[in-house]
Design a binder for this molecule. Structure first.
Ligand code: SF4
Length: 434
């Protein structure tokens, strides 16, 4: 049987390749490869596609960089947003050319990212319908999970909610009468790419904390670790195959149970290859960064450290899961600096736009952080359906359309409740840069 797998373009005000790959989707592809399917793959967000040979985009260090984009008309809901709206990723003509030689496809699988990127998904569905007529289309991923009802209203045949591959195998087999088997081992099928700038790896699923704004429990309800040997083998094999030197961890709780998990993984990887740089775009928990951990991260070539702080407001910290307190944060920074990390290598995420959060509270957090050797990274809050904060926002502001995926865009949500919202966001950004 033949399966066509697609990672759609992004429609948003901004997008940047910060170690961004559809990791879960690549595992689904592996499932079908191991079930004997012939695979066709198109990733609109692949910056190594031949198309980029003639297009100038920014290439950053560690394999990151900009995407090709086109400015497009804003959807009505964004008409007052004083920013340009864009379609990021390979142009549709390239996709149409790719489709020219593809015949007799049995299934089309489309992954989804942020809930408010739904226009990219719609574009792909339209193209597929036009090219193949009635063909089973299966969608999964973040939008499909958090906006399940919305997704069910699209012209697709099966919306898969969550990330449980065992359940996917069962549900898919029943729905389409295909006897899918769960293979002994599932790993990301990186061979769909000719070239990679970096790898992304996940050594654990879920998170033991329960922050009010976070949707992790809906995607990965239980905190589970992947077997150490499996992670090491996957990393070493693919680093050699693709000759990459940068690896980003996608874990949400990378340092949990440090001694028994990531410590052993990194030690084994380091024994076999000392030239790999590591990055933590998802943010790590400051509470776990003691002197030993900080020194070990430095020794094993971590180049990008992102700490999740969110706010310095103790009340809010307590309310929302208490994953960190300010003392633990200070301690982590001290340990990282004394281990040899520079200010440029340490980024601290703070959230803007939580329900009830005032601009003054955000500015105060920025002011406090300016006294520490770190780069402040603004993370604009996006209301995720099914979370405590989503519910609070709904109750506090019933007039807002927050069930609408477009409204969940972090470029507009954080400041919507203030009259002079764009001045506020500019002021916050200015304070971060100053
Ligand atoms: S610690 Fe991070 S991943 Fe865990 S629940 Fe909180 S925000 Fe989510």
């Amino acid at each position: 049987m033949k399966g066509l797998f697609i990672n759609p373009p992004i429609y948003d005000f901004s997008a940047y390749d910060l170690w961004s790959k559809p990791l879960g989707f690549l595992k689904i592809i592996d499932l079908f490869v191991k079930n004997g399917f012939e695979i066709f793959y198109f990733d609109f967000m692949d910056r190594n596609h031949d198309f980029y040979e003639n297009v100038k985009v920014k290439k950053d260090k560690f394999g990151c960089g900009s995407y090709y984009y086109k400015i497009i008309e804003k959807p009505e809901i964004y008409k007052d947003v004083p920013r340009r709206y864009k379609r990021f990723g390979l142009p549709e003509e390239i996709f149409l050319k790719f489709l020219e030689d593809i015949k007799n496809i049995d299934f089309v699988f489309i992954t989804t990212g942020m809930t408010y990127w739904v226009l990219g998904l719609k574009e792909v569905i339209k193209t597929i319908k036009k090219k193949f007529g009635p063909i089973p289309i299966i969608i999964g991923g973040t939008y499909a999970t958090f906006c399940y009802q919305d997704a069910e209203n699209l012209e697709v045949d099966f919306v898969f909610k969550g990330k449980d591959i065992y359940r996917f195998v069962k549900d898919f087999s029943i729905k389409f009468g295909v006897d899918l088997k769960f293979p002994e081992n599932i790993e990301p099928f990186w061979d769909v790419y000719k070239k990679l700038n970096y790898l992304v790896v996940k050594t654990s699923y879920g998170c033991p904390f329960s922050c009010w704004y976070c949707g992790i429990k809906q995607l990965e309800p239980e905190y589970k670790k992947v077997k150490i040997e499996k992670v090491v083998e996957e990393v070493i094999k693919n680093v050699e195959k693709f000759k990459v030197y940068d690896i980003a961890f996608y874990d949400d709780a990378l340092l949990c149970d440090f001694e028994n998990h990531i410590y052993k993984i990194l030690k084994k990887i380091y024994e076999q290859n000392k030239n790999i740089n590591f990055h933590t775009p998802n943010g790590i928990h400051p509470k776990y960064i003691n002197k030993f951990v900080a020194e070990f991260l430095k020794e094993t070539n971590f180049k990008t450290i992102r700490l999740s702080l969110e706010t310095t407001d103790e009340k809010r910290m307590l309310e929302s899961g208490y994953k960190v307190n300010f003392y633990e944060f200070e301690n982590a920074i001290r340990n990282l600096i004394s281990a040899g990390f520079s200010k440029e290598e340490i980024g601290v995420y703070i959230l803007v736009g939580l329900p009830k959060q005032t601009p003054a509270s955000v500015l105060n957090t920025i002011k406090i952080l300016k006294n520490y050797p770190c780069k402040i990274k603004l993370a604009e809050y996006s209301p995720i359906p099914g979370t405590v904060d989503f519910q609070i926002s709904k109750e506090l502001y019933p007039e807002l359309l927050i069930e609408n995926p477009f409204f969940q865009n972090n470029s507009i949500f954080p400041v919507w409740q203030f009259e002079n919202k764009w001045e506020i966001i500019n002021l916050i950004k200015k304070q971060v840069k100053s």
